[in-house]
Design a binder for this molecule. Sequence first.
Ligand code: C5P
Length: 207
Amino acid sequence: MRVLITSGPTREPLDPVRFLTNGSSGRMGIALAEAVLRSGGEAVVVSGPITHQYPTGAEVHRIETTQQMLEKCTELFPSCDGVIGAAAPCDFKPVQYSDQKLTKAESDGELLLRLVPTPDILAGLGRIKKPYQWIVGFALETQHGKEHALEKLHRKNCDFVALNDPSSIDNTQAKLEIFDVHGNRVALLHGMKSDVAAELLKIALRK
Ligand code: C5P
């Protein structure tokens, strides 16, 4: 079993010293990599910049931007049995990258940033998924959780979606509701991310 895991945040540079990002810690990606290794599989991780360590034995590919994560995942996915999208990629990037540091002097008091959407990695992998491969997506919602999670599952051609409670962010614990393609809730997982990750992997492997 060879499992691709996307993990951590991505960064979208504004100028040589600044970037847009988010607070993803990569802890869920680490827990998933450990779960895959413990069950005797190969963990292939495509990760944005994080401070925590991936387990020894994981094959870790470091990237910065969402576009780079997409390219690396597109290259690696065909050799894997499935993918778990635990990353929090930036959904937008600046229209323009400034070669020089943006300065207050040039900005006339106000700096307007124009952003364009970045590609959706899981949706891209969903389009090239082979019948024997599986995809697990995450959804973090503050309202209409099940409805939004299932919309994402279908749009990204996932087999399961893990609806994340917002309290899971940057936490050692996680609370996940897992839904299948029929909209059935197949599990409610609550506890240490290491335990939750192991259960989530078992569910993914049922496909
Ligand atoms: O649409 P949203 O970002 O809420 O979807 C979350 C799921 O999609 C997660 O599994 C996340 O890793 C994945 N995702 C992605 N590429 C993006 C944005 C999100 O693969 N650009």
